[in-house]
Each structure stands twice: as structure tokens, then as C-alpha cells.
Design a protein around this ligand. Sequence first.
Ligand SMILES: [Zn+2]
Length: 387
Amino acid sequence: MSGLDGLPEGREIGRVASGRGPTLIAIGAIHGNERAGITAARRVIARLSRDDVSIGGELVAFAGNVAAMRAGKRYISRDLNRVWSEAQVAAVEAKAESELDAEDREQLDILAAVRAAIARATGPVYLVDLHTTSAHGVPFALFGDTLAQRAFVSSLPLPIIMGLEEQVDGVLSSYWTRQGCVTFGVEGGQHADPGSTDNLEAVLLLAAEAAGLFSRGAVPETRAAHALLESRRGNLPRVMEVVRRHAIAPEDAFKMEPGFKNLDHARAEQLLARDRNGEIRAPHDGLVMLPLYQGQGDDGFFWGRAVSVTRMRASEALRHLRLDRFLDLLPGVARCKEDPSRFIVDTKIARIYPLGVFHMLGYRRIRNRANELTVERQPERETGTEV
Ligand SMILES: [Zn+2]
């Protein structure tokens, strides 16, 4: 089953399958230094393989960046969780064997493994990407803001962050969302903390239950898993959203202030980090997310705030009414002709734009170029899990 020091020998970590039903695909260590997800997936597969529980469907787990895992690094030459745009996937599939680098090989192998799992599926397909972070902190979920994904992830006892996945291009889970899966990512805690493995194990077990792989309550350990995740949340809000990303480059000499957890409250004016231009302070009371305490990476931290349940419900109601049909009546806003899930905002006309309107409707992917802002969301799908 495992090689040296618990490393998997191949792509597939394990599988439990029986009868017909949903498929849940778990990915661990897409960042090679985040190995907790591998152990967590092994434990859940071992538990669900015991004959006191009857499974309908399939749980299958894959290792992400195997080469980087062996090297004990996040990645070898490129971040394997930034290469999942349609263009990048097409490019790697068109490369000659001799041109492939370490991450290209990993990506092709993952594509084949996940596609095979989808081809075997006899029901809806869910995919969870298991991560850990360099900073300590509570486990939380992030996902592309579609209603189906909101409904699935909200059924788990985890704090959720909306708009985080959309801050970064080429994320694995967003690619598989566009391929028709219901996906989310989970950050389980600090890389080396044994508690992170327990957290990811609890998330995966509860995700298997929520997906419907076994009937609710059929596995007694789900109660302890639920209690564990509830206890981890502490004083953090249940729902949070990203307001902005603090992107960094090596020449910035960015240094996060010590002591922040992976999700943490910050007060107005609190010192967050320093770079070559001086101090970086909190603009007002809010939340620091994923502070960078390691060498590799281009996200310094994310800045966010709590979202009330009322606001969540309001946004869901607006989206059921499909109010985004009318967004292009706003001055300076045009729907993209090629891609109806994208709007183009002319910032010469709409200088100060209430981006909250777009956020409410699930358009959280915002990119700024010259005088043009594009706002996008993941396509909503008409599937059985749509709410
Ligand atoms: Zn990661």
C-alpha cells in the first residue's frame, strides 16, 4: 500500500466501491508538502471498507504531486494547483513526451485518473481537494460560488470562505467544477500538526455521508467527526468572504508579521506584514486569511470579512430569480458574447463600481486590465444536486 515513510507508490491511494450511487473523488497532496490528506483518505477508505457499513457508489482517493511529495516540496518546477485552465490542460495534452516536465507528467496522470473515475460513475460526482497550510488554524472550506456547491459545502460543519477560490487562476477544483463535478477545497490546519490529519479525515467522512455514499447515521464515527469540526471553529464566523488578495513578487521582500493563524481576526490599523515599501496595516476590522509563512507562493495573504446568514439567504434568493439577466442594463456593463458567465465592466464609465452586486450574484472572479474589469462566475448546472 505505501512506500517509504508512508508515501504512496502510485497515483491511486485507495478505493471503496459497491453498487450504484454517487462518486466522491478525494485528492491529497496536490501540494507535495501537504501530506495529511493522504493519511486522512487512507483512514476513511479503511473505515468504509469494513463490512459493517453498506456503500452505494464509490470513494476513490488520488495523490496529487507525487514527485514533489518524494522531494518533500510544495512543487518541483510549477505549482500544480495553478495549471487547470482549459488552455493549460489543452497545452499539456498537446506536448511531446520529451517536452514534459515533472508537473506536466503529474497533471496528465491526474487527468487520466479523474476522467476514469468520472467515466465509471453511476451517479453525481463530487470532488474534494485536501490541503494544509503553513500557519496554524482552524479547518475551513473554499469553493467556486455555485448554488450546488454552496448547498453541498454548507451541509458540512466547517467555516466556509466564499470568493477565495476565485482569487487564484488555474485551481484544480474549479476545473473539475466546469467538467460537471460538485467540488470544494479544504484547508485542514498546519502541515505537520497531527490534528490536521484528524480534521481532514472528519471532513472526508462527512462529505461521503453528505454525498450519499451511505445512509445518514449508518457510520457511528460521523458523530465524533461532526463534534470535532464544530469544536475547531472557535469564535470564527460560519461564513466569510474575501475582499481582496495581497499578491506578492520575490522582489517585494514581503514578510508576514508572526503569530497569525490561517484564519484570524485583525483590528483596524493592526500591523499585518512588511515589504520593501514599509508597513502593511489592516484597513479596518476584518479577517486575515492564509498568511504566508513559507518560502514558495505568490499570495501574501487575503483580506476578508464575515457574511451574515441573512446576506447569504438574500444572495441565494436573488440568484434563483436569475437577476444577473439584468446586470447588463447597468451603465458600462456588457455581457461577454463568447462566454455568458462573464461580464465586462468599462471602468471609464463605471468608475467606482459596487462590486458587491456582482458578489451577491456569485460573480466573484474579478480581473482588472487597463480600463476594463471582467467579472465571472462558474457556470450553474442543471444537475440533480442543484438547489
Ligand atoms: Zn495546498
